[in-house]
Design a protein around this ligand. Structure first.
Ligand code: ZN
Length: 334
């Protein structure tokens, strides 16, 4: 009998649940519209309902191997509990995995959402054809995931891959993690908006300044649109984001020498605005990149280091989460 798996993405503002077959085809997605902010018990209740609905629909033709859940926080791999996360108030020190397993009587695997997204791009997206990769997810914050020889690298306690909190400017903007100058403070959607306000303050006559006066809640996407229309102040914001990301990625390349680095998340839609400064910075700051990727080649041949956009959008996290129980099955887990 064929197998299928269910992936859950708890990382965004809304809860999404998908049934995925062994080949990585999404059979069906349920977007519950449940705001994650509505609280733990509501979210877990609706999640279980959606999982059961998908199980009932597909279990005549395939066997469910388990459920993978991507969560925006740090997971204790041994206990299946979350550390208190600013995005998930009330979830800390609560036995999430145990509680859901008890309700559904199926295998549950929790994973950090950025790790799940990396695994999704590795399985079905931009990194399909490489053995190892690293992914930056540029969203509200900056997440990271490292896949080595097909497996998420968890480190000692499951905290590996926190790439958003590597320092790029020692005297930079303060970060929620306690450090200053983290790449998250320059390359996230939140940072784009902050830097746009700073830039507009310095150049009030710019189109960006006028746009921010009209709408103080201008989104990163709208700021990107202004950059594309030729506004120098808006473009400057993305140059800065690209430089910060370039510094971060260059360090990562020197440390890991992987064949591919994938940039995903909502802000990656602004690729054309930040990629030139990012690539220039990587070339200037990573001799490993320079040695593997001569200027005259596009990075698609031989042992070149490839830096590329993610391909799966919001489905990366869902697919990666669904992949987790399938991998366990393949490797003879329970
Ligand atoms: Zn930080």
């Amino acid at each position: 009998m064929a197998y299928f798996s269910i992936g859950v993405d708890l990382g965004g503002t809304n809860l999404r649940v998908a049934a995925v077959d062994e080949q990585g085809a999404v059979l069906e997605t349920i977007a519950t519209g449940t705001a994650v902010a509505r609280g733990r018990d509501t979210v877990i209740g609706e999640m279980c309902q959606a999982i059961l609905a998908l199980r009932d629909r597909f279990q005549q033709t395939a066997a469910l191997v388990g459920v993978g859940i991507g969560v925006p926080g740090i997971i204790d791999m041994h206990t299946g509990m979350l550390r208190e996360s600013p995005n998930l108030p009330g979830w800390g020190d609560y036995p999430v995995r145990e509680e859901i397993e008890r309700r559904l009587h199926t295998r549950i695997i929790l994973e950090n959402d950025a790790n799940a997204a990396a695994l999704g791009e590795f399985w079905m997206g931009a990194a399909r054809d490489v053995p190892s990769m690293c992914m930056y997810t540029l969203g509200t914050g900056v997440g990271g995931g490292i896949v080595l020889d097909g497996h998420i690298w968890h480190g000692m306690t499951g905290m590996a891959g926190e790439l958003g909190h590597n320092t790029v400017y020692p005297d930079g903007a303060p970060c929620g993690c306690g450090n200053v100058g983290c790449v998250e403070q320059y390359a996230s959607a939140t940072a784009i908006r902050r830097m746009a306000r700073e830039a507009a303050g310095a150049r009030e006559s710019s189109t960006l300044g006028r746009a921010l006066q009209a709408d103080p809640h201008l989104s990163a996407q709208q700021i990107f649109r202004l950059a594309r229309e030729g506004d120098a102040a808006a473009q400057g914001v993305f140059d800065r984001a690209g430089e910060a990301l370039g510094i971060a990625v260059a360090s990562c390349i020197n440390a890991l020498n992987l064949p591919m680095y994938v940039i995903g998340g909502g802000v990656s839609a602004a690729w054309e605005a930040f990629a030139p400064s990012m690539m220039k910075t990587i070339r200037a700051r990573s001799f490993v990149y320079k040695a593997t990727t001569p200027e005259d080649q596009t990075g698609q041949e031989g042992n070149a280091t490839i830096i590329t956009r993610a391909l799966l959008g919001a489905d990366a996290g869902l697919l990666g989460a669904a992949r987790l129980p399938l991998m366990e099955q393949e490797h003879g887990g329970r």
